[in-house]
Design a protein around this ligand. Structure first.
Ligand SMILES: Cc1ncc(COP(=O)(O)O)c(C=O)c1O
Length: 382
């Protein structure tokens, strides 16, 4: 019998979203409002750039950090959007935002460290923290309309705290933060000498106020890692291109982790990404308009049903509550069985997601209307 495997791997679980899908995927006629990826197709010029890269044999390894030209144009793209000052040396091209998160956490964490997460939270962080034999401290944001406040952050900090992860606009809540709110959180990060990872993958999908990147605060330059990428902004989830922006003195360390993990992001995807950040800049603008119309429609429907909802400022999700005390998994399953409509149970998004359901509006108007009609019928029959 070989020796036992890494107990940290055994300790992590398949995501709650996956478990829910496995239960409902064989059921007929279920309308799903669950998926967290754009329903748009990748811009034509981006697809063409990928084909051209293949046809011209741009199919070998690139620099570990990613093509210089892409790092140059990607940093310029983000700087132009958010008034930041990243240089090409401060960005790594990664395999999706997912790998950027993993690289940051693997580089920063040692066993026993604590990572603060505002909850409800995207389920992609906690397992990566656990794999480093570090632990997660969830901060309950439900009393403050899903916003992390400086007071709640400060109260969660201990001697073991090393990293705070702040995703905004947020999956699953859609909530985003103003410049003043970010400024206050920045002060706490500096006061306690912590690292801050902001996951800004939904930055182009900001509705009511323009997205403010934490990268604008010069004082954070030694301790801030900003994650972004093209999965959501350009409907490129399958290309797997993310960006990790970070402090100059950490970039070599991050690069080593990337090098021994994947050598580099896929070359043809990098050429497609170069097109996305130079020639397809209007794609995110058009998608944002469509998401905004849907946000307003869904908000109006949910509030007309008398439900408790926070109006999201970005991304393409709503977290909402029904007047029902069942665990969110059982409730979501009941909705599938009786109303033939699927939402993700809030328990998939950390301790404080329990009691909620997540709706994704990365779907056509017709699908949204039908899904919401089914929810309305269900509520009328309760
Ligand atoms: C908040 C958040 N971060 C990161 C990711 C992963 O992005 P990518 O597909 O670029 O790896 C997602 C995907 O849903 C997400 O919602």
């Amino acid at each position: 019998m070989p020796k036992s495997i890494n107990s940290a791997v055994e300790a992590i679980e398949l995501s709650g979203i996956r478990k829910f899908f496995n239960l409902v995927q064989d059921k007929d006629d279920v309308l799903s409002l669950t998926i967290g990826q754009p329903d748009f197709t990748t811009p034509e010029s981006v697809k063409q750039a990928a084909k051209d890269a293949l046809d011209t044999n741009k199919t070998s390894y690139t620099q570990n950090q990613g093509l210089f030209e892409l790092r140059d144009k990607a940093s310029q793209y983000i700087n132009d959007l958010y008034n930041t000052t990243w240089t090409p040396e401060q960005v790594l091209i990664t395999v999706g935002a997912s790998q950027a998160i993993d690289i940051a956490l693997r580089t920063l964490l040692t066993p026993g460290d604590e990572v603060i997460l505002p909850s409800p939270i995207y389920p992609g962080y906690e397992p990566l923290v656990t794999l480093q034999n570090a632990s997660v401290v969830e901060v309950d944001t439900t009393p403050t309309d899903f916003k992390l406040t400086p007071e709640a952050l400060e109260a969660a900090i201990t001697k073991q705290t090393k990293v705070v992860i702040l995703p905004y606009p947020s999956n699953p809540t859609g909530v985003t933060l103003t410049r003043e709110e970010l400024n206050q959180i920045k002060d706490v990060i500096i006061k306690h000498d912590l690292y801050l990872i902001t996951d800004e993958i939904y930055s182009t999908i900001s509705f009511d106020t323009p997205h403010v990147s934490m990268g604008v605060f010069e004082e954070l330059s030694e301790q801030l890692i900003v994650i972004n990428g093209l999965s959501k902004s350009h409907a490129m989830t399958g290309f797997r291109i993310g960006f990790l922006f970070g402090p100059r003195k950490l970039m070599d360390q991050f690069t080593k982790v990337l090098q021994y993990n994947v050598s580099c992001a896929t070359s043809t995807s990098q050429y497609a990404a170069l097109n996305a950040v130079t020639k397809a800049k209007d794609a995110p603008v058009n998608m944002r308009k469509a998401y905004l119309e849907r946000r307003d429609y869904v908000y109006q429907r949910l509030t007309a049903m008398g439900l408790e909802v926070v109006r999201p400022g970005g991304a393409f999700y709503f977290m909402f509550k029904l007047n029902d005390s069942r665990p969110s998994f059982d409730l979501a399953l009941d909705l599938v069985n009786k109303a033939r409509v699927a939402f993700v149970p809030g328990s998939s998004f950390g301790r404080y997601g329990e009691g909620y359901l997540r709706l994704s509006y990365a779907y056509s108007f017709d699908t949204l209307k039908e899904g919401l009609d089914r929810l309305e019928q269900y509520l009328l029959q309760q």
